[in-house]
Design a protein around this ligand. Structure first.
Ligand SMILES: Cc1cc2nc3c(=O)[nH]c(=O)nc-3n(C[C@H](O)[C@H](O)[C@H](O)COP(=O)(O)OP(=O)(O)OC[C@H]3O[C@@H](n4cnc5c(N)ncnc54)[C@H](O)[C@@H]3O)c2cc1C
Ligand SMILES: *[C@@H]1O[C@H](CO)[C@@H](O)[C@H](O)[C@H]1NC(C)=O
Ligand SMILES: *[C@@H]1O[C@H](CO)[C@@H](O)[C@H](O)[C@H]1NC(C)=O
Ligand SMILES: *[C@@H]1O[C@H](CO)[C@@H](O)[C@H](O)[C@H]1NC(C)=O
Ligand SMILES: *[C@@H]1O[C@H](CO)[C@@H](O)[C@H](O)[C@H]1NC(C)=O
Ligand SMILES: *[C@@H]1O[C@H](CO)[C@@H](O)[C@H](O)[C@H]1NC(C)=O
Ligand SMILES: *[C@@H]1O[C@H](CO)[C@@H](O)[C@H](O)[C@H]1NC(C)=O
Length: 522
């Protein structure tokens, strides 16, 4: 890995906005670590001198773009709590010694904010990976899941304890519960059951005073509302969520069909835009557009003959046949959609419980919401949009409608509900070390502006994108005006309420990062 070149590239790609002044509190590593030692066993606190420090720091970074700066500007230390009192100590000592915390559950933040800071601030990482228990109650159809668990660990635990139940969350099993649920959590069952955040029944959190709030009663309605989609980190450190499990049939159906432009991919995607959000809630068909092809993938909570019949009727452009479809249990499905045929040769444990990911390329992600179908002409341009020689561009289209459309905008902080046809995720990846900044993602994002949601142009909080704005810190707190710029794009009209709640629970803005909710000081 060409580290020195990567730093330059990172600055070009994601250095937006401006630096804030250095923190006025002169933090001392020694004081912070000394303070921790009263409550946290020393083997749970790793400092840069330790041989395990760098491997641990890198262990859950999911994008090679963040390796260079994370290595160059390491945190003071990494705290790896094994119980609640360690998390409380990190907050208390952090406040006492002017050290901010970057909280990490699965480490998938698309701007790496759980492991690094773009600001010249003194910070420590609180890595919750050891707080990863899942306790399933099959009778009640609920589970308590610790924030440091991955969604793969959750899926696996549910399938062991309660076959017949499942949970609506994302596709990649290594995604962490802590960040994913905090920002919403979309997946292939959201059309029937909503987001992960829509299925949170209770939670526990350590607040900005280092106090444990055991449940939603201790939290109060406002804080409990804010943590179900209002984005990670702004309101405290979530320790666990209680979730409602959902029924899944003994077998579900998966199909995958790929169409090239010659085979009518453009026509099929054009039609898909209005068909997919109106399909029965049991059926989700998402699309990957890449290299002039469209790949259609499904989750159907039913059998292959029914899904093939439905698609032949509603989207005959796919020319779907029984041979394109396979039936399997829900837990096999969650492994299969990510690992493909590896599930035939590996035990589910090795797939769903393995956090390791292969790194290599640099990634940049952005998102949009579409409320009016694009024309066939627009899709033709998108399919043939040029990528740089070393870069690859991809769009993932996730249909909404169903349950997503029937939840009111203010029920949770996640506002992208009625009227949304689908979410677009743009991904660009390129070979790390090449200083040429790829242009696909920014040029296509500009092209899309008139075609997608407006006033403001919406984005999904879990596909964090620092290009849309970062907080300014003035007088010791992030300003509401600077937060509004990106915040209304993620949270719409809910942003103001989030900022008022932030004022109530963390007026001093201790829990903050480049895109945390600022306190609304009236
Ligand atoms: C490969 C990949 C696949 C993805 N697939 C999907 C998908 O299918 N659907 C979808 O909706 N999203 C998806 N995402 C986006 C994902 O939901 C977000 O990146 C999410 O925030 C990751 O959570 P995490 O715990 O893994 O990340 P982290 O990087 O650990 O955390 C993300 C943010 O939340 C904060 N945070 C983490 N834990 C806590 C906590 N316990 N309390 C308070 N704040 C906390 C962090 O400080 C950080 O700001 C994917 C991302 C990647 C990289
Ligand atoms: C947490 O761990 C510490 C040791 O680091 C121990 O003293 C304390 O009793 C534990 N607390 C709980 C609630 O288990
Ligand atoms: C498939 O499901 C449909 C209902 O969705 C049912 O009528 C049919 O009998 C099922 N077919 C098989 C082969 O199980
Ligand atoms: C549909 O699929 C069948 C079987 O794969 C194939 O014979 C036929 O040519 C296809 N039709 C179209 C319009 O693609
Ligand atoms: C975990 O996944 C990584 C990356 O895919 C792989 O290299 C490793 O062998 C896996 N470990 C196990 C125990 O399966
Ligand atoms: C770097 O990117 C440019 C433009 O995308 C490309 O022409 C060049 O071949 C790449 N170089 C390497 C070493 O990959
Ligand atoms: C960001 O892009 C990378 C690769 O292109 C992809 O693996 C990852 O899933 C994307 N992030 C999100 C939030 O999905």
């Amino acid at each position: 890995m060409a580290v020195s070149i990567s730093i330059a590239l990172l600055l070009t790609v994601c250095f937006v906005g401006f630096y804030v002044p250095a923190p006025s509190l002169a933090a001392s590593a020694g004081d912070f670590v000394g303070c921790l030692s009263t409550d946290v066993p020393s083997q749970l606190v790793l400092t840069p001198g330790s041989p395990s420090f760098k491997p641990l720091l890198v262990s859950s970074i999911r994008n090679a773009r963040f390796l260079a700066p994370a290595t160059a500007e390491p945190p003071l230390c990494i705290v790896t709590p094994t119980n609640t009192s360690h998390v409380q100590a990190a907050v208390r000592c952090g406040r006492a010694h002017g050290v901010r915390l970057r909280v990490r559950s699965g480490g998938h933040d698309t701007e790496g904010l759980s492991s690094r800071s773009q600001r010249p601030e003194v910070f420590a990482v609180v890595d919750l990976a050891k707080l990863n228990n899942v306790h399933v109650d099959p009778q009640e159809a609920t589970a308590w899941v610790n924030a440091g668990a991955t969604i793969g660990e959750l899926y696996y635990a549910i399938s062991k304890a309660a076959p017949g139940l499942g949970f609506p969350a994302g596709v990649c099993p290594t995604v962490g519960v802590g960040g994913h649920f905090s920002g919403g959590g979309q997946g292939l069952m959201m059309r029937k059951y909503g987001l992960s955040a829509d299925n949170i029944l209770d939670a526990s959190i350590v607040n900005a005073d280092g106090i444990l709030l055991q449940d939603k009663k201790a939290m109060g309605d406002d804080l409990f509302w804010a943590i179900r989609g209002g984005g990670g980190v702004s309101f405290g450190i979530v320790l666990s969520f209680k979730v409602r499990l959902v029924p899944v049939p003994p077998m579900v159906a998966f199909f995958s069909v790929t169409k090239s432009m010659d085979q009518g991919a453009v026509e099929a995607v054009t039609k898909w835009q209005t068909v997919a959000p109106a399909l029965p809630d049991d059926l989700t068909v998402r699309v990957n557009v890449q290299q002039r092809e469209a790949n259609f993938q499904s989750l159907y909570l039913g059998n292959c003959s029914a899904v093939v019949a439905t698609l032949r009727d509603r989207l005959p452009e796919l020319n779907l046949t029984r041979a394109d479809c396979r039936e399997m249990s829900w837990v096999q499905y969650v492994a299969y959609i990510y690992f493909g045929d590896a599930i035939n040769s590996s035990p589910l444990e090795a797939l769903l419980l393995n956090r390791t990911m292969t790194l290599g390329r640099f990634y940049k992600n952005k998102s949009d919401y579409v409320k009016e179908a694009l024309t066939k002409d627009a899709w033709e341009k998108i399919f043939t949009w040029p990528t740089g020689a070393a870069a690859e561009g991809q769009l993932v289209l996730e249909p909404q409608g169903g349950r997503m459309g029937s939840i009111a905008e203010g029920d949770t902080p996640f506002p992208h509900r009625a009227g949304v046809l689908y979410n677009i995720q743009y991904l660009e990846s390129w070979a790390g070390g090449n200083t040429t900044t790829p242009s696909w993602i920014n040029t296509i994002y500009d092209f899309m502006e008139p075609l997608v949601s407006k006033n403001p142009r919406a984005a999904y909080a879990n596909y964090r994108d620092l290009d849309i704005g970062v907080n300014q810190v003035v007088g010791g707190a992030s300003t509401y005006e600077s937060g509004k710029v990106w915040g209304e794009r993620y949270f719409g009209g809910n942003f103001q309420r989030l900022a008022m709640i932030k004022r109530k629970v963390d007026a001093g803005d201790y829990f903050r990062n480049e895109q945390s909710v600022p306190p609304l000081l009236s």
